[in-house]
Design a protein around this ligand. Structure first.
Ligand code: AHR
Length: 499
């Protein structure tokens, strides 16, 4: 099978906002306790953070991390997580039915995120709380000094303001599972009033309002319209959340369907962009609302196990999906889709980062292991910087259970102005055939192929618990002055870096 990509460095979708490679740490399961934070672990540093986890996170080059939730957020009192640890209350986390010791809170998260070179994407509770708690938290974090809350921050060890720029106004407030769920009108009014108050405390911040928690929610569309209608001038981004699952493991055609979920993601994004722009036009506003895709991933493997977990534990084994090779292919394809929409998707968070539906897993009595999905994410996050180029692609397509036109060749190129490199990410979704991939770089003269790699050759159901998976060299590559040819294995994720 043949597939062709034509790009040129001047034909640009957008500058890529690096925050599109964000991730997420929720106070849930073992994300924090025995994940990020484990003072009795042999690699623990002076703050109780696992250094093996810090090293693994740094490899992902995640520039932004959302915190503290998720569903956890909608019942959280942020004040519980500050001050001397011995005085912090132990509470019920009624979102996940866990015990929360609050040993890890705001200051710990700020310190940890700095150690992994990320900035926070902080969230305020609009489930059980509201305007006052949100404005207080912002004052505590960002006001320099001289008020009760800013001085309390200083007393608690942070002389300098945290200067947190990006804030989420609640989490999934349309979801029936959420503590303090609201209808669209209720949420929209509360979000708008909270946004106004927060921008009075600090007008340099950016705010993300909740879009629908899923495109499948019955209120999808109406929710977006109502929220945008009320909040348009006071928010900066609207959020999207989407998780994918593989529901019939016995039917091989379901793999074709799973690998076509990028079509769904693309439709979702384009639909929400259209809603934002419709409200812009209705309001005759000069402002454009962009998107924060603040939760996305594959999530289904742990569903059964999670129903058997005993409630009221500290750091239970919840949402510990073990990802396989096909999940990694889907994650690669979803990343390509985010880049194809990088003109409007400015923030995105792989949900989540450690132990909970995560690329990085820990053993509380041992080390760290990396999931299959770690590899495509690491490559795109590291090399997919600069500009996303318009991909002119010729490829055969297939029809699956849900999707009519899935491209066998899924590909995008990015151009880094600084080192003048073009990076091409390309996936062959064909289960049986090698893809003869030809790339035309138009007027760009090729000096060298810096690197060509492939992630392939694994059974779709294979996971990486044994650490066997690795990125390998792609050898079947040749080039002329402006053209490259490569052979992409069936079911493969590939990257080519060209100068
Ligand atoms: O990421 C896991 C959960 O998924 C989050 O807590 C919630 O926001 C979503 O439903």
């Amino acid at each position: 099978m043949d597939g062709h990509l034509n790009v040129k460095p001047s034909d640009v979708i957008s500058e890529i906002d690096e925050r599109v490679y964000g991730s997420f740490i929720e106070q849930l399961g073992r994300a924090v306790y025995t994940g990020v934070y484990q003072p009795n672990h042999p690699t623990a540093d002076e703050d109780g953070f696992r250094k093996d986890v810090i090293e693994a996170v740094k490899k992902l080059n995640v520039p932004l991390i959302r915190y503290p939730g998720g569903n956890f957020l909608s019942q959280y009192r942020w004040e519980d997580g500050i001050g001397p640890k011995s005085e912090r209350p132990t509470r019920l986390d009624i979102a996940w039915r866990e015990i929360e010791t609050n040993e890890f809170g705001l200051h710990e998260f700020m310190k940890w995120s700095k150690k992994v070179n990320a900035v926070p994407n902080m969230a305020v509770n609009l489930g059980t709380r509201g305007i006052e708690a949100a404005a207080d938290l912002l004052e505590y974090c960002n006001f320099p000094k001289g008020t009760y809350l800013s001085d309390l921050r200083i007393k608690n060890g942070a002389e300098k303001p945290f200067a947190i720029k990006t804030w989420c106004l609640g989490n999934e407030m349309d979801g029936p599972w959420e503590i303090g769920m609201k209808d669209a009108e209720e949420y929209a009014k509360l979000a708008n009033e909270t946004a106004k108050a927060m921008k009075r405390v600090d007008d340099s911040i950016e705010l993300v309002a909740c879009g629908s928690s899923s495109m499948d929610n019955p209120t999808f569309g109406d929710w977006e319209e109502t929220v945008l209608d009320h909040c348009y001038e006071n928010i900066d981004y609207l959020s999207l959340h989407r998780y994918y699952g593989f529901y019939n493991d016995d039917d091989p055609t379901e793999l074709d369907n799973l690998l076509g979920k990028n079509v769904d993601l693309d439709q979702f994004i384009k639909g929400v962009v259209a809603m934002c722009d419709a409200v812009k036009s209705k309001k005759k506003s000069k402002k454009t609302i962009n998107l924060s895709f603040d939760e996305w991933n594959v999530w289904y493997h742990s569903n059964d196990a999670d129903t058997k977990v005993e409630p009221w534990q500290v750091g239970p084994h919840l949402l510990e999906d073990v990802y396989n090779f096909e999940d990694a292919l889907l994650v690669g394809s979803l990343l390509i889709t985010l880049l194809k929409n990088s003109d409007r998707v400015k923030i995105a968070c792989l949900a989540q980062l450690v132990n909970v539906i995560a690329p990085i897993m820990t053993d509380e009595n041992g080390g760290v292991w990396l999931q299959s999905i770690f590899y495509p994410f690491m490559q795109v996050s590291k090399y997919g910087r600069g500009k996303a180029l318009v991909p002119h692609v010729q490829t055969e397509t297939y029809k699956s259970r849900e999707f009519d036109n899935v491209a066998y060749l899924d590909t995008i190129a990015t151009y880094n102005d600084q080192d003048k490199t073009v990076t091409i990410f390309a996936e062959n979704k064909n289960q049986d055939e090698t893809l003869n991939f030809s790339i035309d770089l138009d007027d760009l003269i090729i000096d060298e192929i810096i690197e060509a790699t492939q992630f392939s050759g694994y059974d779709p159901k294979q996971d990486n618990k044994d650490g066997r998976m690795q990125i390998e060299k792609l050898t079947a590559v040749s080039n002329s002055d402006t053209k490259v040819n490569a052979k992409l294995n069936p079911l493969s994720w590939n990257m080519l870096r060209i100068k």
